[in-house]
Design a protein around this ligand. Structure first.
Ligand SMILES: [Zn+2]
Length: 232
C-alpha cells in the first residue's frame, strides 16, 4: 500500500522541530514552486531555535534537511512564511506564498584560514571557524561564485533526501518536476523566476545570496527534463 498523497510519509519527521503557529502564516495557498536554500549553519536545530522566537517575524521554511539526510517538517507545506527577502518584484510576497522552501544544512562559502593554517573556514568569528582541511577535497567545491572561491559540499544523504522530498512535493502539489535550464541555473533573474514553475534556488531571486550555491548538484534531482521557464 502506498501512503495517500495528503498523508505525511514516515520518512518525514514532523515532531522534533515543529514551529509554533506564531512562526508562519496558517493561510493555505496553492503551490507551484520549490525554492532550495542552505542554512549557513551546521545543524537543523540552529535554524529552528532562531525561527521559533516570537520576534523572528515569520521567517521560516517548511522543510529542513540535516547533514545525515533526516528531513524535518517545521510547518504544513501548504501554509507559508517569509523566506525570500525580496525587496522588489515580489508584490504581496507573491513568491514567498506560492513556494515551498527547503533549507539544506550547509555552512555556505568557505575561505582559506586567515592565519595561514591548512583549513578552509566558515563564517563564524570572521571566517576563523574550521570546516575542513584543504586536503579533504571531497568536502568542498572550488568555484568562483559571487565573491567566494570555495563552497562546502552537500552530503550524498542530503542529495537523496532532497530528491525524495521534491518528488513527493511535486506529486502532491502538481508542481512541474523541472529544474532551471543550465544557462539560468546560477543566475539571479527575478523577472524570469517570478514566472518559473518547478524547482529553483534562492540565488535565482536575489543577487546577494549564496544559496543554494554552486556546490549543489542539480543532477541528483534527475530524471528532470529541463525546460524554458513556463508562464504561471
Ligand atoms: Zn536562502
Amino acid at each position: 500500500m502506498t501512503t495517500p498523497l495528503n498523508e505525511l510519509p514516515s520518512w518525514i519527521d514532523s515532531a522534533t522541530f515543529r514551529l509554533p503557529e506564531s512562526s508562519f502564516f496558517r493561510q493555505r495557498v496553492p503551490k507551484d514552486l520549490i525554492v532550495l536554500h542552505a542554512t549557513a549553519s551546521s545543524t537543523a536545530r540552529s535554524v529552528f531555535e532562531t525561527w521559533k522566537r516570537p520576534d523572528n517575524g515569520k521567517i521560516a521554511v517548511a522543510y529542513v534537511v540535516e547533514r545525515d539526510g533526516r528531513i524535518y517538517e517545521m510547518f504544513p507545506p501548504d501554509c507559508w512564511a517569509y523566506h525570500l527577502g525580496m525587496r522588489t518584484r515580489n508584490p504581496g510576497h507573491y513568491n514567498d506564498r506560492r513556494s515551498i522552501g527547503i533549507e539544506i544544512v550547509n555552512p555556505g562559502p568557505l575561505r582559506p584560514d586567515p592565519e595561514g593554517g591548512d583549513t578552509l573556514n566558515w563564517w563564524p568569528d570572521n571566517f576563523r571557524k574550521p570546516w575542513c582541511l584543504i586536503s579533504e577535497e571531497e568536502k568542498y567545491v572550488r568555484r568562483e561564485y559571487r565573491g567566494y572561491r570555495y563552497y562546502a559540499s552537500y552530503t550524498s544523504e542530503q542529495e537523496l533526501a532532497v530528491r525524495r522530498l521534491t518528488e513527493w512535493l511535486c506529486r502532491r502539489f502538481s508542481i512541474p518536476r523541472i529544474a532551471p535550464p543550465a544557462t539560468l541555473r546560477d543566475v539571479c533573474d527575478p523577472d524570469t523566476f517570478c514566472r518559473f514553475r518547478g524547482i529553483a534556488a534562492h540565488h535565482n531571486f536575489r543577487p546577494d545570496k549564496f544559496d543554494v550555491g554552486p556546490a549543489w548538484n542539480w543532477d541528483c534531482l534527475l530524471p528532470i527534463a529541463t525546460s524554458r521557464p513556463q508562464a504561471a
